[in-house]
Ligand binder design. Structure first.
Ligand SMILES: Cc1cc2nc3c(=O)[nH]c(=O)nc-3n(C[C@H](O)[C@H](O)[C@H](O)COP(=O)(O)O)c2cc1C
Length: 339
């Protein structure tokens, strides 16, 4: 009997597939449907720092400073209310979900500054959330702000959350750090129980006829997984936090690769939006079948087996891969010379 179970930040999961934050998890009915198709845990859509600051009635100095800082983005708050039910509705969703499903419910906060709004996380905990995922989606457009300042603030935010909570904390990171492994280890020591690799970076497009900058969101492609596999494989064994992969997990083999690179769980959204939630049945049976054929007994047995520390050629995760990959392409495809 193959054992698909795993643990993620101390939560016991029946398999390594988690639904990442998206509208697929914004109601109890949808969460039940995901559970019926075998999902092991869900992350609720994010609640935003801006929503919490403006919603707060006890405007202390921390909060009022934040409200000024977010004056511009706050114009989008009515739209956000539809997206994630707003602060009160969010707590109610956690409570209802905890009553009606048995899989872990992970609440998600999206914020950047270590302000008083973080206290709301405790309310998420009290409502029954099994863990909190912190999505730090910051775009540092100020040229005078240094990478060191940004990283220091992120760690302070994680520490602040840790001070406020007993439940596990995961931090969803962007890939855009020059020393991503070092930064992840600081996030780890600041109190994160898991890191989620990586946030997708949604870039606006330019409408050249209307002269407008337009928001765009495209679903992921499995090729995006490779970046996540790379950094998971590098970090596995170097940080005590668990690793979750998000971005490009579409098929059974993507989940297997994530686990072999060192992930505790693989998260899915785009594939479920594209193919429907029933796609989980195919992915789960594909995992089972592959494990049977290759004589693996459990997910734990394969975790990290292809991480940098466990592969015969660790240099493949470093500069050597760059050189090898470029030269192998040139050998395979001789260029036709016209001159
Ligand atoms: C429509 C949509 C809404 C999303 N909302 C959130 C969100 O509220 N918070 C968050 O952290 N990520 C959000 N994401 C990102 C997903 O959780 C996930 O990390 C990303 O889509 C990459 O995974 P995938 O390749 O499986 O789609 C959203 C993605 C989509 C497509």
């Amino acid at each position: 009997m193959i054992d698909l179970s795993t643990t993620y930040r101390g939560l016991a999961l029946k398999n390594p597939i988690v639904a990442s934050a998206s509208p697929l998890c914004d109601s109890v009915d949808k969460i039940r449907y995901l559970e019926a198709h075998g999902i092991a845990a869900v992350v609720l859509p994010s609640l935003f720092e801006e929503q919490l600051i403006l919603d707060s009635e006890s405007v202390d100095s921390d909060l009022s400073r934040g409200a000024e800082a977010f004056a511009e983005s706050s114009s989008f708050l009515p739209e956000l209310g539809d997206y994630n039910l707003g602060p009160e509705g969010y707590l109610e969703l956690i409570r209802k979900a905890k009553r009606q499903v048995s899989i872990p419910i992970i609440a998600s906060l999206n914020g950047v500054t270590p302000g008083g709004w973080v206290r709301y996380a405790r309310e998420m905990e009290q409502a029954g959330a099994d863990a909190i995922e912190l999505n730090i989606y910051s775009l540092v457009t100020d040229p005078s702000r240094t990478a060191a300042e940004v990283e220091k603030d992120y760690c302070a935010l994680v520490r602040k959350l840790r001070e406020n909570l007993k439940i596990p904390i995961a931090v969803k990171l962007s890939q855009f750090f020059s020393a991503v492994a070092n930064f992840a280890s600081h996030i780890d020591t600041s109190g994160a129980n898991a890191i989620v690799l990586f946030n997708r970076f949604y870039q606006p497009d330019l409408d050249i006829n209307q002269l407008e900058v337009v928001p765009t969101i495209t679903l992921s492609h499995p090729s995006e997984l490779l970046l996540r596999l790379h950094w998971t494989a590098v970090m596995y064994g170097h940080i005590s936090a668990d690793i979750a992969v998000t971005g490009g997990v579409h098929r059974a083999e993507d989940v297997l690769k994530s686990v072999m690179a060192g992930a505790s769980v693989a998260m899915m959204t785009s594939a479920l939006l594209q193919n429907g939630v029933a796609h989980l049945d195919t992915v789960l049976s594909g995992i089972q079948q592959w494990m049977e054929e290759h004589e693996y007994q459990s997910i734990d047995q394969m975790r990290g087996s292809m991480s940098q520390r466990n592969v015969p050629d660790p240099a493949m995760y470093e500069r050597a891969n760059y050189m090898r990959v470029l030269s192998s392409y040139a050998l395979r495809s001789p260029v036709t010379r016209n001159s």
